[in-house]
Design a protein around this ligand. Structure first.
Ligand SMILES: [Zn+2]
Length: 253
């Protein structure tokens, strides 16, 4: 897991959720939790739980339930192809009492899962299991849910993770205290791209998907960032750094 991904928001803004285009993007409002505005958090939101905080996935502390059967979920069709819904990999809900509304999108940030070892899973089952492990790992670290909004797997599937109506937890605050998670869609590319190759289909999909999201929100190309361009981290790995540099040169992103 990308060890620099972090952060909840202490933002005082209490406005209603309003993310244009969200339903068309991913079907994120298909099962929106209720009561979010009534239960917004107090100023201790960024505090972490007592006790040790895991810095990497420990499979001994994580129990992965059976993968949801494929006849119990339906992918969302988009102009870019299908997006697999959250229900394809988990039945768990976020801790909605402490989730902050996204309230508009201004930035898109690309990560890798960066577990310090290659991740080569390709089947629906393998990916679903991995995502559930990441979700539990993030909950162990005190996050309210899996930190990212979308994942792109090794064979080019896009998965819905955190509901897009909620702010993510995928970039720690900057040195000047800048809260990078605000209005920031987090896309994680599954794998460690300092250690493994980046399959062409996965590379093309993350570039195309980042562009798709930014066009949904009428954002400039400069709104698509790598994690390491916001804070000091090597995420998303050298191969994704190279891929995005080439895509920018060719105006693909
Ligand atoms: Zn990252």
């Amino acid at each position: 897991m990308c060890d620099h991904c972090e952060g909840s928001s202490r933002r005082a803004f209490l406005g209603a959720v309003g993310v244009a285009g969200i339903a068309a993007l991913s079907g994120c409002l298909a099962h929106p939790p209720t009561g979010v505005v009534e239960h917004l958090p107090g100023p201790i939101l960024d505090e972490v739980p007592h006790g040790p905080i895991p810095s990497a996935i420990n499979e001994k502390t994580i129990v992965v339930p059976p993968t949801p059967p494929q006849n119990q979920w339906i992918p969302t069709d988009t102009a870019l192809g299908q997006i697999l819904p959250r229900s394809a990999w988990t039945t768990a809900s976020p801790d909605s009492r402490h989730m902050m509304p996204m309230n508009g999108v201004k930035l898109i940030t690309i990560h890798h899962s960066g577990d310090g070892k290659p991740f080569l899973g390709e089947s629906i089952h393998d990916i679903a299991r991995h995502l559930e492990m990441v979700r539990q790992f993030h909950r162990q670290r005190g996050f309210n849910d899996i930190g990212y909004h979308f994942a792109v797997d090794r064979v080019g599937r896009v998965w819905q993770l955190r509901w897009l109506k909620y702010e993510g937890q995928h970039v720690r605050p900057g040195r000047s205290g800048q809260r990078w998670n605000e209005h920031n869609v987090g896309i994680v590319v599954l794998g460690d791209f300092n250690l493994q190759t980046l399959p062409d289909v996965q590379q093309k999909k993350v570039i195309a998907f980042a562009r798709y999201v930014r066009e949904k929100y009428a954002l400039p190309a400069t709104s698509v960032k790598l994690h390491g361009e916001l804070v000091d981290t090597d995420c998303p790995g050298k191969r994704l750094h190279t891929a995005l540099a080439a895509a920018r040169k060719e105006k693909l992103v």
